[in-house]
Ligand binder design. Structure first.
Ligand code: AP5
Ligand code: MG
Length: 191
């Protein structure tokens, strides 16, 4: 399976990615997590990415695309993968098409997790207390929401035209949401 998990900040991409990836036996690849690992290790990529992440802006496409290309080339991703938080721009969609097309495979599904705006903010502010992510401040959360709406939400229509989109209600218990995703994707993997 080659899957994309999409949704606004706090929708539950990272939370659900683990369960979905395990279920299908593929690696969960989170661009946000890879950037954060680089930031904490102080690599040149981390230094570059941190400037954008702390402001809630997207890291430039060239940087992000190269990073994903390298990760997808790893042997564990040969049978498939789940992407959490990539692609987020039209240029990234095109780049990913090239990466997958090159291997002779195709994308199987795009899961879009939805949730109420107030709930999203509550979740991220709650996470700020426990995890202390640098971008979980009210101001930066607002910017992340704006940029998602302007840059990433329009990509849903692109994938809808290809018949790949499964919109999943992300409200309610984590296990409930997981169940909804499994129901949608099991139908895809059996078809
Ligand atoms: P990224 O780390 O991907 O952040 P994000 O998109 O803002 O999303 P989050 O990780 O905050 O939310 P999530 O949907 O994963 O929700 P989670 O499961 O954690 O990206 C960070 C930054 O990296 C970007 O701003 C950008 O700078 C850069 N970046 C990344 N990818 C990029 C790209 N492709 N191009 C350019 N730049 C890129 O859940 C949130 C909280 O809610 C958690 O505490 C969780 O426990 C809780 N929760 C989850 N589900 C539920 C539920 N059902 N009920 C109650 N609580 C729940
Ligand atoms: Mg996440």
């Amino acid at each position: 399976m080659r899957l994309i998990l999409m949704g606004p900040p706090g929708a539950g991409k990272g939370t659900q990615a683990k369960f979905v990836a395990d279920h299908f036996g593929v690696p969960a690849i989170s661009t946000g997590d890879i950037f954060r690992a680089n930031v904490s290790q102080g690599t040149p990529l981390g230094v570059e990415a941190k400037r954008y992440m702390d402001a809630g802006e997207y890291v430039p496409d060239e940087v992000t695309n190269l990073m994903v290309r390298n990760r997808i080339d790893e042997p564990d991703a040969a049978p498939g993968f789940l992407l959490d938080g990539y692609p987020r721009t039209l240029a990234q969609v095109e780049e990913l098409d090239g990466m997958i097309g090159h291997t002779g495979h195709s994308l199987d599904a795009v899961v879009v997790i939805t949730a109420d705006k107030d709930e999203l903010v509550q979740r991220l502010l709650a996470r700020a207390q426990t995890e202390g992510r640098a971008d979980d401040t009210e101001e930066v959360i607002r910017r992340r929401q704006e940029i998602y709406l302007s840059e990433t939400e329009p990509l849903i229509a692109v994938y809808k035209e290809r018949g790949l989109v499964h919109e999943i209600d992300g409200m309610g218990e984590v296990e409930e949401v997981t169940k909804r995703i499994f129901e949608a994707l099991d139908a895809v993997s059996q078809s």
